[in-house]
Write a protein that binds this ligand. Structure first.
Ligand code: SF4
Length: 425
């Protein structure tokens, strides 16, 4: 922990005078972590979660060291198309999360704010903007964002285009989810493919796209099987594990690596013991660094996150014979698109299926998406008689999460769900 803090201080120290050095330290830190998780695995982790940890570090390292073919995006972008051009993705959310993991998020957030970026903007965006504007991150060959799920994306990508000349395509995903909406998105995907053909000087490989979608279907099937066992099994991991699972399931879905990992995990989990403690369903982003929450959730067989809504946000089978329609449908029908009720209904079904003891909805600083609908979610959970905790904080900027406050509210909630148990005995 102290070593990471010291490392983060070096990154911050070099940020103004030698941004290239800061960038080297960031990517070397992540690469070293990936090597460490493979060579000196943390014994406490389950085998699959250890492999997951290694995979996320490796995929990001691939992007950091292949700058001639890396692309920026958000986590809902159609990465399957990028894979056809052998592009390596760097997502805003993941990179900002790494800054927090390296204990240097504050400097980048402050940098963005000192340039006039509003303090009320989501800290993932502020961190990323600060890192780009301070000259740390080299420019990509292109950037792509979806309009849904996050109203910060368009502003961030537009800002970076104006300020740094980074070209981007906005995939405008309609609020409605009818056939016309799907056709409208397909047209935009065709435009994206034409753009990538020019930028990568390579023709689109349609057979490869079908292969990728086939792997994606297999991966989702294995993931479903894994989650189904995980709901009653203690599979040791951390809060970060759940974050990484959602990253693997979005940014790298369709790759051989993710398919093989999910296949491994769904078999490996069967060797682990039955879960004894409380089960929590988590909604929205995960504050993986938060001290109190870490002390309760990391490697604790008595308190377990069974799944998160982001990981399971779209689980339908993709139609391999109509690949662009399938990708358009995946975005249009995602639970984070359209009215918040869609998401609430989906979570209700997941809660019925996974049977958690409680739900935690994390309201991340600056995220209208998480804050705006939390009352609707609360109402729906009380209909199901499932206790819910709406926890305010910041999943990235440590300074916006007051540990004392989180501890008091979280422990009072734990007490409540334990009492519910006593009542029913
Ligand atoms: S937390 Fe909210 S505002 Fe921030 S990136 Fe995610 S969806 Fe967007």
């Amino acid at each position: 922990m102290d070593i990471i803090k010291t490392y983060g201080n070096y990154i911050k120290k070099n940020m103004n005078d030698n941004p290239n050095r800061s960038w080297d330290l960031i990517r070397a830190g992540i690469a070293a972590n990936g090597i460490k998780s493979n060579i000196v695995p943390t014994k406490k982790y389950s085998k699959g979660n250890r492999k997951l940890d290694h995979l996320i570090m490796k995929m990001n390292t691939d992007a950091f060291y292949n700058l001639d073919k890396y692309i920026w995006c958000n986590i809902f972008a159609p990465v399957e198309i990028f894979q056809c051009f052998d592009l390596k993705v760097l997502s805003i959310e993941t990179f900002a999360g790494f800054l927090a993991g390296l204990h240097c998020e504050d400097m980048f957030i402050d940098y963005a704010q000192s340039e006039g970026i509003s303090p009320t903007l989501c800290s993932y965006h502020k961190g990323f903007i600060g890192a780009v504007d301070s000259g740390i991150i080299p420019p990509p060959i292109y950037s792509v964002t979806t309009s849904f799920a996050c109203d910060g994306n368009l502003n961030t990508f537009r800002y970076l285009a104006q300020k740094k000349g980074i070209d981007y395509q906005l995939l405008d995903i309609p609020y409605e989810s009818d056939d016309e909406a799907i056709r409208y998105v397909v047209k935009q995907l065709e435009k994206l493919i034409k753009e990538l053909e020019i930028r990568c000087n390579k023709k689109m490989d349609w057979d490869l796209l079908k292969e990728i979608l086939k792997r994606e279907n297999e991966s989702k099937k294995y993931l479903k099987e894994f989650v189904d066992v995980q709901k009653d099994t203690y599979y040791p991991g951390t809060m970060t594990t759940h974050l990484f699972l959602s990253i693997a399931d979005h940014l790298y879905i369709g790759s051989e690596e993710v398919r093989d990992l999910f296949l491994f995990m769904k078999e490996d989990i069967k060797k682990y013991p039955k879960l004894k403690g409380k089960k929590i369903f988590w909604t929205h982003v995960i504050p993986f660094y938060q001290e109190t929450l870490k002390s309760y959730f990391n490697f604790n067989e008595n308190l377990h996150i069974v799944a998160t809504d982001i990981t399971l946000d779209y689980m339908e089978e993709l139609d391999i014979d109509k690949p662009l329609e399938a990708l358009a449908r995946k975005m249009v029908k995602n639970i984070f698109n359209g009215p918040y009720e869609n998401k609430v209904n989906y979570i209700e079904n997941l809660v019925k299926e996974l049977n958690p003891d409680a739900v935690i909805n994390f309201c991340h600083w600056g995220c209208k998406q998480a804050n705006g609908g939390s009352i609707l979610l609360k109402e729906s959970m009380s209909k199901l008689n499932v206790p819910i905790l709406i926890l305010d904080g910041d999943a990235m900027d440590r300074r916006n999460s007051h540990d004392g406050q989180i501890k008091t509210r979280f422990e009072a909630f734990l007490e409540l769900i334990n009492k519910e148990d006593e009542k029913s005995c």
